[in-house]
Each structure stands twice: as C-alpha cells, then as structure tokens.
Design a protein around this ligand. Structure first.
Ligand SMILES: *Cc1c(COP(=O)(O)O)cnc(C)c1O
Length: 429
C-alpha cells in the first residue's frame, strides 16, 4: 500500500537528515514512515502509490480553501510568466500589505518575510529594540518557529531563568527567555512583579495550536493586554496559525483583544513561503530603513508569493466564509464526540473555529501539562487506523486538524464514521 513511499523514503534518507526537510513530517511519533505526496486537489491529497486521502493537515494550515484553489493558481501562473523575483519593489507587495492593514486593526504597517520563524524572530528583535529591554515571556507548549530565543524550556520557578531546549542554543541567550504555563495568570503576574521592568515582550499563540488546540481561558488575553500595558511591554500575538483562520482579523478580532505586534505565516502565503510581522506605526517605524532595527530579506515580498497571498486575502473576505467553516468544523467535532461517548475511552476534544484536537486523555486540556497527559501510543493507533481508511491526519498528538471549505458533507461523514470504527478498535485493545 505504501511501497513506493517506503522506497523513496529510504532514498531520501541518504541525502536529507531523516529523509525530510522539517521534523514534523517524519511520522516518527506514529510508528510509520512518511508518505510521499504526488499531488492534491480540493480536500484530497494523493500519495505516489496512488492512494487517495481526505486531507486534514492542509499543509499545516494554509489550505483554507482546499488545494489548487483556482484563483491562487491563476495568479501565480500569471506572475510566473513575468518573472519570479526582481529584488526590487512590485505593486503587488503594496496591495497585499494594504489588505492586511485593512483586515487587522492593530496593524498600521507590515513587513513581509519568508516564514513564520522569520516573522517571530524579527518581531522579537523589534520589541527589544523598541523597548531597550532584553527579556521575553513565552508560554510552555507554544511554538514560535525555531528561533534561538523560542527553543527554551522552563526553569523550576517564576524567578528562574529559561534553559536551552535544543543543543546549539546558547545558555546566555536562553536566560533571557522566561517560559510560563499557558493560561496561568498568577504565574505571569509573579514574573512581572519580580522583573517586569526588564521584559521587552510577551509572545503567545492567542489560541495555542502546537500542543494540540488549547483555547485561552478566563480572559487570559485581556489579562495579558492589561499587564503588558502597565509595564510598557510589547504584546506579540503569534497568529501564524490563527491569522485568517478564526476570522478575517485573526484571533484579535475573534476575542476582541488587540496586540502591539502581530506575526503571520501559513495562510498568508496560500501555500507559498511567506511570513509577515506588523503593528502600530510607532513600533514599526523602528524597522530599517526608517529606523535602526535591522531586518532584511533577498526574497521577502517575492512576487509569486505575494500574488498567491493577495488572492487569499480576497478569498477570505467573501461572504459567509467563516460561518461555513464554523458549521463544518462544529459538525465534525460533535460527530466525533458522539462516537467517543459510545465507548469507554478517555478522550477530550478541544475546538476553536476550524482548529480541532482529539486528545487521548480523560482530563480537560488547558495547558502543556494537561496536554502531555495524553496517551501518544493510542494516538499512534488512531492515526494508523485513520490512514488505512483514507483519512490523512497530523502525524502527532500535539497538532490540530485543519478543516477547509473544501471538506464536503460527505468528507465529514466519512471521517466521523472512520473515527467511530477506529476508536472502537482501540477501545477493544
Ligand atoms: C508554524 C508556526 C510557526 C513557524 O512558521 P514556519 O513558517 O514553519 O517557520 C510559528 N508560529 C506558529 C504559531 C506556528 O504554528
């Protein structure tokens, strides 16, 4: 069933570390080898062995309108004929930026980059340059790309310093990052009381989606908005997943809380490599060439990527997009919930809009600690069972299901039925 993928994986391993260009693709936590993809269309993805799947990875988020959306393809094809990159300004960069500024009220100016990682690294440098402070608070289990300052694990108390979470991250730098439990206001407050005047930025995923989906609780975002304002700290929303997925104005609009800086990625490029960071004029004017904070990119604002992204910005503003996404996602989540309720299997589902996670744990998941109580072996069984039935899920317990507008009623029913069967198998052991 996966014969050619297996062969190609072996060949890839001779040339690429682990056969992949990003570790999330390696399937290692689901006891399987990665599938090599031939092509995709709408809600479907096809591997090189000719298997067809209903795709819920959606390129980790960008495929909000399904694969090969025709306006995106046409715009890229049109740009392709006029050149792929010039290293000079193009009109489409302005048009794209104008859309973002229009959609996200807290963003007056925006800088295009090439990935989410670049967006968060640059936003943090800017926050440090703007405030003249060095420390940053992040939340355990939130992911902000692979920048040194974010690959940090928590020390043992609010006053202690962060530790490198990867070899190669200098301890000296790690000490500047304070890693705090998500949704824990008391903890944040303590840190601010002790070292608030040194903290340049608080960065977070306004809905955490990289430890599985974990929504903010008890006005957590409002609380962070207030305390950062009190201490003159820059509030950075990493909306690389939530931006344009929860609402046209991202999680900020969804929850009614404005950030100082916003990081974007994934959806903004419609599947091409794009990131962006933006915010208030006063802060963004510190970025070169207007201000002294240096940040640059040979391929930033690349015309192919901008052509695709601009179409995406138009698509999300169509009538009813987010209502339809909500309907599909709530139907899918409640369908799977119903299957779970028939069985004696410890599972909980978190959902915010079109982001869904099924956790194999009996406890409610509110932070990294509760997420980590999930049985990842059961998830691996579930993943494999679903894959056999033609459902392509994220190969890790700690990721989201990304619902798209191309998931048909039939796709959703097929998925719920498959989940019911697989969960039943699992519950029998
Ligand atoms: C994916 C992701 C990133 C990193 O983006 P890349 O394009 O992979 O560098 C940053 N933040 C969040 C919230 C993400 O989900």
């Amino acid at each position: 069933m996966y014969k050619r993928s297996r062969e190609e994986y072996e060949r890839a391993c001779q040339y690429l570390p682990g056969g992949v260009n990003s570790p999330a693709r390696a399937f290692s936590s689901v006891r399987q080898q990665p599938l090599f993809i031939d092509r995709a269309e709408d809600s479907r993805i096809y591997d090189i062995d000719g298997n067809e799947y209903i795709d819920f990875v959606s390129s980790w988020g960008p495929m909000l309108f399904g694969h090969c959306q025709q306006d995106v393809i046409a715009a890229v094809a049109d740009q392709l004929k006029r050149g792929t990159s010039f290293g000079a300004p193009t009109i489409v960069e302005t048009e794209m930026a104008a859309e973002i500024v229009e959609l996200i009220p807290s963003v007056d100016r925006v800088r295009m980059v090439n990935s989410g990682t670049e967006a968060t690294m640059s936003a943090l440098r800017l926050a440090r340059g703007y405030t003249g402070r060095d420390k940053v608070i992040k939340f355990t289990g939130n992911y902000h790309g692979h920048g040194d300052s974010f690959l940090i694990k928590a020390g043992s108390g609010p006053a202690t310093l962060g530790l490198p979470d990867s070899p190669g991250v200098p301890e000296e730098l790690a000490r500047l990052t304070i890693s705090v439990p998500y949704n824990n206001k008391d903890y944040v407050e303590k840190v601010f009381q002790e070292q608030g005047e040194e903290i340049a930025a608080v960065i977070l995923e306004p809905v955490a989606a990289n430890m599985g989906v974990v929504p903010p609780r008890d006005n957590f975002l409002e609380f962070l908005r207030e305390i950062t304002e009190e201490y003159g700290t820059v509030l950075i929303f990493d909306e690389v997943i939530t931006g344009f997925r929860l609402a046209p104005g991202g999680a900020q609009q969804y929850y009614g809380v404005e950030a100082d800086l916003t990081c974007l990625g994934k959806i903004i490029g419609a599947g091409l490599p794009v990131g962006a960071y933006g915010g208030k004029e006063e802060i963004m004017d510190e970025v070169a060439p207007v201000g002294p904070v240096y940040q640059a990119g040979t391929l930033s604002g690349n015309p192919l990527a901008m052509a695709a992204g601009y179409q995406m910005m138009k698509l999300i503003q169509q009538e009813g997009v987010y209502d339809r996404l909500e309907d599909k996602s709530s139907y899918l989540a409640s369908g799977i919930k119903k299957e779970i309720s028939k069985l004696e299997i410890p599972c909980s589902i978190n959902r915010v809009g079109s982001l869904i996670s099924l956790f194999f744990t009996g406890t409610e998941v509110v932070d990294y600690q509760t997420a980590s109580s999930s049985d990842t072996e059961l998830y691996a069984d579930y993943f494999q069972g679903m894959l056999k039935r033609g459902i392509y899920l994220a190969p890790s317990q700690f990721e989201a299901m990304f619902v798209s507008l191309k998931h048909s009623q039939e796709d959703l029913d097929t998925t719920i039925r498959a989940a019911g069967e697989v969960l039943q198998e699992i519950s029998k052991g």
